[in-house]
Design a binder for this molecule. Structure first.
Ligand code: ATP
Length: 477
């Protein structure tokens, strides 16, 4: 049976997907080859993220998607989005993934401020555990950034294995030479020649830590042509932002991670033992006591950020047999048969790779154009880039928004779905595209901002500016 039909949608905003599953109209995110939507089981109410990839629309995507599936399907760790299986139709493939209702990590980062040190430490621990697990399986992610890190009840989940590859097989490491990733998070050696996978991922984790602590990126690209990086290389950086906003202890960790020599760069294991990582940030304590950057601007978001159970799954254990995630039983009917039985080894959609070499990605140049999307279903996801307004109608709200956009000289269009799509450049002169959807919720008008292309932090800066300009109609909470 082909998935998604118009009939039998029993609730507004949903369609029947297949069997007992409903698919929501609102997208969770857009990716390079399609979109991610929420599906929910009518009977059990279980929610799953469904990544829909369209081969017909995105020519040449099949090979990339196959690689992503081969890698993601062998992973099972608390800090990695779980892969449950797939369903294939002639021109489309549906990947079923653990649903992360907390959205992307960058949503928790206040531009120019960051987040409380305690939260940054908690996320960093989880990120390091997730990445250590990947490395223990011989896999490198190669595109670690806040936009590829999702949250579920305060638990960090690494996602998007589109750039991942196998760097160690049967104990033998291979050097990598593919220049891929997202420039502000990229280790400098990647731009120079062949590189070791592990320290390159460690570097990206350090850039994520700075983004969490300072709400700012260090540089646009780790190359001498970029003054911020050139200054860092010359050792002449401590007085400039964001460096001068990091306390001594986090600074010592960041500089150990961002060691220009990949061979001297601190290991993930040692990161976990660094004094800043082991410091006990108390709930009641001001961040400054922990030698951090806090200026007290952060909202208390702690209720939703429980510390994860310590080392539930050791990242340092290499499993000879994959210990795959248990998928919800109710998904069984809609996942392709060979995925369930694991018997058809000749099938390229088989959930386990036949040879580990199949996981290796060829070496053409491939950069992610920086972050991509977000968005989510309004009442299911905590989002920070949206607000209610006092205007009575959608039309009046659109008028107010568009006059602010014109005053700020933004280029905007109305897309097919009725959303206002804004195209601009960020401070680093990179393309930034985001969409604003206006809709009625609980009798009030909600403006929902979603990044389509560009840097998450720069998007949030624009969002804050627009919210300020619309101050006269923003609902005071
Ligand atoms: P890219 O073009 O960046 O490589 P992609 O095609 O690999 O993107 P993803 O990054 O996997 O797509 O997903 C796109 C967006 O969809 C994510 O940034 C996220 O906002 C949302 N998303 C993806 N997976 C989930 C999930 N499991 N739960 C909730 N939201 C998700």
């Amino acid at each position: 049976m082909s998935a998604i039909t118009d009939s039998e949608g029993s609730e507004k905003g949903v369609k029947k997907f297949v069997d007992d599953w409903l698919i929501y109209d609102t997208i969770l995110g857009e990716g390079a080859f399609g979109e991610v939507r929420l599906i929910a089981n009518r009977k059990t109410r279980e929610k799953i993220a469904c990544k829909i990839m369209d081969f017909a629309k995105y020519k040449g995507s099949e090979v990339a998607i196959t690689r992503e599936i081969r890698i993601h399907s062998v992973l099972n760790h608390e800090n990695i989005i779980k892969y449950y299986g797939l369903r294939k139709e002639p021109t489309r493939v549906y990947l079923f993934l653990e649903y992360a209702p907390g959205g992307e990590l960058f949503q928790q980062i206040e531009p120019g401020v960051g987040m409380p040190s305690r939260d940054a430490q908690m996320y960093m621990k989880q990120l390091v555990r997730g990445v250590s697990y990947l490395h223990s399986k011989g896999i490198t992610h190669r595109d670690i950034k806040p936009e590829n890190i999702l949250l579920h009840n305060g638990i960090l989940k690494i996602s998007d294995f589109g750039m991942a590859t196998l760097f160690r097989h049967k104990g033998k490491e291979r050097m990598l030479d593919k220049k891929c990733g997202t420039k502000p998070y990229l280790a400098p050696e990647i731009l120079v020649g062949s590189y070791h996978a592990v320290p390159a991922d460690v570097w990206s984790c350090g850039c994520v830590l700075v983004a969490m602590l300072a709400g700012e990126l260090l540089w646009n690209c780790p190359h001498e042509d970029y003054p911020e990086f050139a200054q860092y290389k010359e050792g002449n950086y401590l007085t400039s932002s964001p460096w001068n906003r990091l306390g001594n202890t986090p600074l010592s960790l960041v500089t150990r991670i961002l060691d220009l020599d990949p061979m001297k760069r601190i290991s993930l294991e040692k990161i976990l033992k660094h004094p800043w990582m082991t410091y006990n940030f108390s709930y009641d304590e001001a961040d400054s006591s922990a030698d951090s950057n806090s200026n007290g601007l952060h909202a208390i978001r702690r209720a939703s950020m429980m510390e994860p159970p310590a080392d539930r799954e050791s990242p340092y254990v290499t499993l000879s047999q994959p210990n795959l995630p248990t998928r919800p039983v109710c998904l069984e009917h809609i996942i392709d048969k060979q995925q369930k039985t694991n018997k058809r080894r000749d099938n390229k959609w088989f959930s386990q790779p036949t040879h580990n070499e199949d996981l290796i990605i060829s070496s053409e140049l491939q950069f992610t154009q920086t972050p991509i999307t977000k968005d989510n279903f309004s009442d299911l996801i905590q989002r920070m880039t949206r607000f209610f307004v006092t205007t009575q109608t959608e039309e009046k709200t659109a008028e107010a928004l568009c006059s602010v956009l014109d005053a700020l000289h933004y280029t905007w269009t109305v897309d097919g779905s009725g959303a206002i799509s804004i195209s601009t450049v960020d401070n680093m002169k990179n393309q930034l595209v985001f969409k604003v959807t206006i809709f009625k919720m609980e009798g009030k008008i909600l403006l929902d901002f979603r990044l389509s292309k560009g840097c998450g932090l720069e998007f949030k800066k624009k969002f804050i500016k627009l919210k300020e300009c619309l101050g006269n109609i923003v609902c005071k909470v």
